[in-house]
Design a protein around this ligand. Structure first.
Ligand code: AMP
Length: 280
């Protein structure tokens, strides 16, 4: 039987009733679950005795009220999916339960990665993410927590978070789960218009072409090609494309041996903002 908690106290009472040697795997989500989320939960199930999934649409990580207000909520089907997949415990708190002192973020120093890409385009986003994930980690006290490479910068932020907060939690990154046409699965995809949904696989196709080009061309030339490709596209608007070092997340200046790079992209499809990335 899967257990569902809305209160921190009752969740913690349950968690402390387990023997101290059992391993707890934790998957934080904002709900509107899809196969991408489930792939993280499968990974957690493989390597832990107990799997906890949280569902919480965290207000402090949204820079736009409209985006928060329109974020999809599908709690009943989420619970059914989690029950089906064999999740043990769901934690679905209210905002009041998580933020007793009001909706404020703590400010974090993650060594600079918080100012790149998503950090530059979504003000306060990573302070919000850091605040809620730190709080969730303190509540659940997992041994291992799982995050998708879909949000690669967030994954690096969480790795930095456990370092700066001295938390003994293993952070595992999981590959991007995609629709058959290549579009990275996202809760926001459900909000695309039919035309934008049809156009959206262009993002992945462009990333694959960029990956090929990066084999023979320099970064500025790939960057220009990606920018030009989106300028010609009637429905999709490029917010940024960056070829960045996976550790610093800073745009590449010159390719250096033994450094890994990724191409990171954010695109507006009508009102919906989509992100993706690719290994280079
Ligand atoms: P979210 O509910 O969007 O906050 O996502 C919760 C977790 O699921 C995060 O660690 C995301 O990176 C991960 N995730 C979301 N979409 C995907 C996907 N398509 N593939 C893999 N992980 C994903």
């Amino acid at each position: 039987m899967m257990l569902v908690y809305a209160k921190i106290d009752s969740l913690q009472e349950k968690l402390t009733s387990f023997k101290s040697n059992i391993s707890v795997g934790f998957v934080p989500t904002m709900g509107a679950l899809h196969q991408g989320h489930l792939s993280l939960i499968e990974e957690a199930k493989k390597n832990n005795d107990i799997v906890v999934v949280s569902i919480f649409v965290n207000p402090t990580q949204f820079d736009k009220k409209e985006d928060l207000d329109n974020y999809p909520i599908t709690m009943d089907s989420d619970i059914a999916m989690l029950e089906d997949i064999g999740c043990d415990i769901v934690f679905a708190p209210t905002a009041n339960e998580m933020y007793t002192d009001g909706l404020k973020s703590e400010h974090f120093d993650f060594g600079g990665i918080e100012y790149e890409m998503e950090g530059a385009f979504r003000e306060g986003h990573f302070d919000g993410v850091g605040t809620v994930v730190k709080r969730l980690f303190e509540i659940v006290k997992p041994h291992t927590s799982y995050f998708g490479e879909k949000d690669f910068q967030q994954l690096q932020i969480i790795k930095a978070l456990v370092k700066v907060e001295n938390m003994n939690i293993r952070i595992v990154g999981c590959p991007i789960y995609r629709e058959l046409d290549g579009l990275a699965m996202s809760s926001r995809n459900a909000r695309l218009t039919v035309a934008h949904r049809k156009a959206a696989p262009f993002i992945r196709k462009t990333l694959i072409m960029a990956q090929q080009k990066f084999g023979t061309e320099n970064a500025p030339s790939v960057l220009k090609w990606v920018t030009d490709s989106f300028e010609k596209h009637p429905l999709l608007t490029l917010e940024y494309f960056s070829i960045a070092d996976v550790e610093t997340l800073k745009p590449i200046v010159q390719r250096v041996q033994n450094h890994e790079y990724r191409g990171f992209i954010a695109v507006k499809a009508g009102k919906i903002r989509l992100i993706d990335n690719i290994e280079l």
